[in-house]
Design a protein around this ligand. Structure first.
Ligand code: NI
Ligand code: MN
Length: 223
């Protein structure tokens, strides 16, 4: 059974016993919510949604220590390769098969943090389960297409407002996506992104067909 662990802010681990471990947006050392240090992670793949510090975080350090492959937008992947790291470049709408399944890059309406790049989200097929990680983004109605094209087991959505969707827009996102389970992130890291995840949970379960699970930093959910 795959296991999803929230490491605080926008960082998630996706793993299954005896299989590849993936980490999303590994921001740990400077992350007030983090319950793990970058040197404690044993991962094969690092997915980076954009180059802002709270997402790129410790990606290069972890890639180097684990000889892991960074999966990101072309500009970030090229930068990583220039620094001697392993990286796979993708661009919006593109999909590639990896040993664990596949990764498809989606739109994200947000700054890229790197010249010429785009911020992105990811749809990940991990050993048969489909997970959407929205990255940092505002609400957009094409999220409907993401859910139509790939039936989602889990949708990971930012709810902290200010830099991304807030709670009410993220509830719309959840209704567009139609995932079995919705998990919030990007909240309560700092005062600017304060949000009540239980308010989000209640609204998702009242207004959409999805279940919502609030995962505390350091906690896991098997699915
Ligand atoms: Ni950002
Ligand atoms: Mn962010």
């Amino acid at each position: 059974m795959p296991k999803l662990t929230f490491l605080g802010h926008a960082c998630f681990l996706l793993e299954e016993e005896g299989k590849e471990t993936l980490v999303f947006d590994p921001f740990l050392r400077e992350n007030p919510q983090a319950t793990r240090k970058p040197e404690d992670l044993k991962v094969s793949y690092i997915l980076v949604s954009h180059a802002h510090f709270d997402h790129m975080g410790d990606a290069y350090e972890i890639a180097k220590a684990n000889q892991a492959t960074i999966i990101s937008i072309s500009e970030i992947s090229s930068d990583a390769q220039e620094k001697g790291l392993s990286a796979h470049p993708l661009n919006i709408g593109g999909k590639f098969n990896f040993p664990f399944g596949w990764v498809k890059l989606t739109l994200a309406f947000h700054g890229s943090g790197i010249a010429g790049g785009h911020a992105c989200g990811f749809v990940v097929n991990y050993h048969g389960k489909n997970i959407y990680f929205a990255g940092d983004t505002g609400l957009f109605s094409d999220m409907k297409l993401i859910g139509e094209l790939t039936p989602l087991d889990i949708a990971l959505l930012p709810i902290g407002d200010n830099y991304t969707m807030g709670i009410d827009d993220a509830v719309h996102a959840a209704s567009f996506l139609g995932a079995k389970l919705v998990v919030p992130y990007h909240y309560n890291t700092w005062p600017l992104v304060e949000a009540d995840p239980q308010e989000f949970r209640k609204k998702v379960e009242d207004k959409t067909g999805s279940r919502c699970l609030v995962i505390a930093p350091g906690e896991s959910h098997s699915f």
